[in-house]
Design a binder for this molecule. Structure first.
Ligand code: ADE
Ligand code: ZN
Length: 334
């Protein structure tokens, strides 16, 4: 690694792909379990961490949904989000667009309002006290029905102004984007920004569907695009952002090791790649840990780090004024 960690730490960062439920650290999970009188099926924080040995996306999702059961009250959602924002602050993450999965909570009887109030109060405090700007992206769980997604969109209506966009996550294989065409059309009619996970474990065809049928503005993951040269040309021509999550891809065995990751190829093909942490509590760290692991394995140049950082600013849904501020911070380093 020729570039120092100090440089990677100093880069002003924008995170566009992070599931707030995936930032639930084992320590906080145990604390919330105790506070809410829930018994976890693990004896200790260490035992829980040891279970984080995943063979694919589904093996992770099973633990991720189980972990989310400790989130019960507005205070729990606040504490979760505040902990994430403090990590952001330590790592010079200046703008975040975070995912939340309301169905994971409403299906267990937690009101939508409880979730959104806790999240938005922490985000507002993060803006005031830490200067971190933010947006919230509501993700539909794709293993559930489109009817359930449409119901969730209805539940979100009273909170429309608090939610920036709509996304699509959970088990990809067998749940193609086309399943959610009506729900995304309804979201588009309500003026939401649109994104979707596609081409993480699923094929390039799912990326086409997300673009053509769901009309998304960004692809979350998208690393499978290299299977299809026409798709690569399309993504490059239209500079459609890919929110790539390197640690996640290695932990979920999309790539065997970081050295095998296709990030450099994506950059070489002039794709609009950004780096993100996905589920930092489960995948070995936050933005900086992703940057450091990428650098150790792939040894990117300073220009490539500048490009990745600029891509994330461009790909964000921040206002032009905020983007200009972020650019200015970035240019001060170069
Ligand atoms: N939910 C949380 N993390 C996810 C991921 N990496 N892919 C799909 N759904 C998710
Ligand atoms: Zn994700």
């Amino acid at each position: 690694m020729t570039l120092a960690t100090d440089f990677l730490h100093a880069l002003p960062k924008v995170e566009l792909h992070m599931h707030i439920e995936g930032s639930l650290e084992p320590e906080l999970m145990f604390r919330l379990a105790q506070r809410n009188n829930i018994t976890l099926p693990y004896d200790s924080v260490d035992a829980l961490r040891q279970a984080y040995d995943f063979s694919n996306l589904q093996s992770f999702l099973d633990l991720y949904y189980q972990g989310a059961n400790v989130l019960q009250t507005e205070q729990d959602f606040f504490d979760l989000t505040w902990a994430y924002l403090q990590r952001c602050h330590e790592q010079n993450v200046e703008h975040v667009e975070i995912f939340f999965d309301p169905q994971t909570h409403t299906d267990r009887g937690i009101p939508f309002e409880t979730v959104i109030n806790g999240l938005t109060q922490a985000l507002a405090q993060g803006e005031q006290q830490l200067g971190i700007s933010h947006g919230l992206i509501l993700c539909f769980l794709r293993h559930l029905s489109e009817e359930s997604a449409l119901e969730t969109l209805e539940q979100a209506k009273p909170f429309r102004e608090k939610i920036l966009g709509i996304g699509l996550d959970s088990s990809e294989l067998g749940h193609p984007p086309e399943k959610f065409q009506r729900a995304f059309a309804a979201a588009q009619a309500q003026g939401y920004k649109l994104v979707a996970h596609a081409g993480e474990e699923g094929p390039a065809e799912y990326i086409w569907q997300a673009l053509d049928l769901l009309k998304v503005q960004r692809i979350d993951h998208g690393v499978a695009c290299l299977q299809d040269p026409e798709l690569v040309a399309h993504l490059a021509e239209h500079q459609i952002p890919l929110t790539v999550c390197p640690n996640s891809n290695v932990r979920l065995r999309v790539f065997d090791t970081m050295a095998d990751h296709n990030l450099k190829t994506l950059l070489d093909k002039d794709l609009k790649v950004t780096l993100n942490s996905d589920d930092p509590a489960y995948f070995g760290g936050y933005m900086l840990e992703n940057y450091v692991n990428v650098q150790e394995a792939l040894n990117l140049s300073k220009e490539q780090w500048l490009k990745l950082s600029a891509n994330a600013i461009d790909a964000s849904f921040a206002s032009d004024a905020r983007k200009a501020q972020l650019y200015q911070q970035l240019m001060e380093l170069f």
